[in-house]
Design a binder for this molecule. Structure first.
Ligand code: ADP
Ligand code: MG
Length: 579
């Protein structure tokens, strides 16, 4: 086929392939334009997940009639004029291709009136066919109406999800832009139902409104400034972590961005406070001088490249860590309010509205005796005084109960011991290799060739930890020495190494040696820690609680599950009707 210049509409459609992936990307582009136009309020109305109709009305600076045709042309923009401008982009848009792309895959009506003009103008692009701009009556600002998105691009339509799912994505786009632009008011409605109504407010209230009122009270502020990089935002306490990343807002210089590395920085900061696979709730806003970041890496402008990404990474990670370390993150226990129902009315006569005190007192003596008799009779260690003022008891050989200034602490003995050991091992290994114990008789375990190979490449990590293992012929691994801790705590060595072999390939794939090391330490701490069911001596109890005070993050085990819960005096007073 001979080489030909493509017609403009085809060029635009090709660009649309990257810029306009789905209705939410259209909403994003049009909203960015409104923000760039200095709008104080923006209203978004969608129908049918945005495929049927998207209407965006703003009160920004507007577009003069004679520039409307440029606005819908590709590579026409009012935001940059020379290549140097790309070094310090301060607007959301700059590529000049959004409206042209949208107009090539839908019917686009653009109405606009600059504040200084008496009348506005209207231009229509119907799948690339342009109806020239003509004067029209309209309020100051811009109104963009897009209908029949992808009506003639069946390939794109096929990849769209249900209207409901597309609406959810639109909502997220609006939410993320709104979070970064609290001074602008946003309203989103779908099919006549208001999904977001966000009046202009200060930054913190906006984030809380975006993430939902139920989380607002449990967010912690993050703030840091380093070498021109500034981080500000709110992170959710560990218990607010969710199974998906939907409650994460990340934005750079007002632009919502997708950046797996930076999200990872936050996850790393939460390491050991949330379970793997869960995502912290967060809204983090980064400011970096525009010349130190390239926003022109992807047509949708959601990916960016930092000139010094390590600095940004560590700045975020440290800021989040500092916030978590300074906060009291022991999860509170809330006692659900149960309605004490009156007993069934046997003989009629008693009103079902009986006050609960009467209901509570109406249990028979027999019932109460039966209830007491059925209480498990596992012996509990008598009250032990750790710190003169703080009694502690072991309950069911599983939990420790003590008090602090705010209330009653309930501690999972295994989880706490595991955390304590983990932190101590981590500290020790930072200084020297862990002590190692040579086995009198080397122990052999079955292993696949792959696992043996992985273990060999983990050699340096394993020897720091105190292991000495070698391939002992096909299908076996020989253990010569193990960390002293494991033998001291009578951990079954064969079983431990078998677990390690199962995870060897995964450990080799980890980002760096430190991550793999922490993982194995984690396994060691878990296996060596006291278990539920272990009876603790007074000394052990005292030791454990003292250690709790001495380490950071003692509130959660290394897997992120809580070690400690707090039942506050306030909650108890409330539940006992004292407040
Ligand atoms: P870009 O935003 O990259 O410049 P667009 O295709 O999104 O490219 O928009 C083209 C131009 O149209 C913008 O540069 C701007 O001058 C103008 N424009 C678009 N939308 C609006 C709006 N809502 N208010 C004012 N001007 C607008
Ligand atoms: Mg734009």
């Amino acid at each position: 086929m001979p080489i030909r210049q493509l017609p403009v509409v085809v060029v635009n459609q090709i660009a649309a392939g990257e810029v306009v992936e789905r209705p939410a990307s259209v909403v994003k582009e049009v909203l960015e334009n409104a923000i760039d136009a200095g709008a104080g309020r923006v209203e978004i109305l969608v129908e049918g997940g945005g495929v049927e109709r998207i209407e965006v009305i703003d009160d920004g600076c507007g577009i003069p009639l004679d520039e409307l045709s440029l606005a819908i042309s590709a590579h026409a923009t009012s935001k940059v004029s020379a290549i140097e401008d790309l070094e310090h982009i301060a607007t959301m848009g700059f590529r000049g291709e959004a409206l042209a792309s949208i107009g090539s895959v839908s019917r686009l009506e653009l109405r606009s009136r600059p504040t200084s003009e008496d009348a506005g103008g209207l231009i229509i692009v119907d799948h690339g066919d342009i109806t020239p701009a003509a004067p029209t009556a309209c309020p100051p600002g811009t109104r963009v109406l897009i209908s029949g998105l992808f009506a003639r691009v069946p390939a794109r339509r096929k990849f769209l999800k249900s209207a409901q799912a597309e609406t959810t994505r639109i909502r997220r786009v609006v939410r993320d832009l709104a979070a970064a632009n609290p001074e602008v008011s946003f309203k989103l409605a779908s099919g006549g139902r208001v999904l977001l109504d966000l009046p202009a407010v200060e930054a913190r209230s906006r984030i809380e409104a975006c993430l939902g009122g139920d989380v607002a009270a449990r967010m912690l502020e993050v703030k840091a400034d380093r070498d021109g990089v500034s981080v500000w935002g709110l992170i959710g306490r560990p218990e607010l972590a969710r199974p998906t990343a939907q409650h994460q807002i990340l934005s750079l210089n007002g632009r919502p961005i997708v950046d797996f590395r930076l999200r990872h920085a936050v996850r790393e900061a939460f390491r050991g406070l949330i379970e793997p696979g869960r995502h912290p709730t967060m809204a983090i806003f980064l400011s970096v001088p525009p010349d130190r970041v390239d926003v022109n890496v992807h047509p949708a402008k959601t990916e960016v490249r930092f000139r010094d990404d390590r600095l940004v990474y560590s700045c975020i990670k440290r800021a989040v860590e500092a916030t978590l370390d300074a906060a009291d993150i022991v999860p509170p226990v809330h006692i659900p309010s149960v309605d004490i129902k009156p007993p069934p009315v046997l003989f009629g006569g008693r009103s079902s509205q009986a006050p609960s005190s009467q209901a509570a007192s109406s249990f028979s003596a027999d019932e109460i005796r039966a209830a007491i008799a059925s209480t498990p009779s596992t012996p509990t260690v008598p009250v032990t005084i750790v710190d003169a003022a703080r009694p502690v008891i072991q309950v069911h050989r599983m939990f420790l109960v003590t008090e602090d200034a705010e209330g009653i602490l309930i501690i999972d003995q295994h989880a706490l011991h595991e955390r304590v050991m983990f932190e101590r091992l981590l500290e020790r290994i930072g200084q020297a290799n862990l002590p190692s114990q040579r086995l009198l008789m080397p122990e052999m375990v079955d292993a696949s060739a792959d696992a043996i190979e992985s273990m060999e490449s983990l050699g340096p990590v394993l020897s720091r930890l105190g292991f000495d293992v070698s391939a002992g012929g096909p299908g076996t691994l020989t253990i010569h020495a193990v960390p002293s801790l494991l033998s001291e705590r009578s951990v079954e060595i064969g079983a431990f190494v078998t677990d390690l072999l199962d995870r060897a390939a995964e450990l080799c794939d980890m980002a760096d040696e430190e991550t793999a090391l922490r993982d194995v330490l984690d396994m060691m701490a878990c296996k060596a820690a006291i278990k539920a069911g272990d009876n603790l001596s007074e000394r052990e109890l005292a030791d454990l609680l003292a250690m709790r005070e001495s380490i950071e993050r003692s509130s959660n085990c290394p897997h992120g599950r809580p070690t400690t819960l707090r039942l506050s005096i306030e909650e108890l007073e409330r539940r006992f009707g004292r407040r």
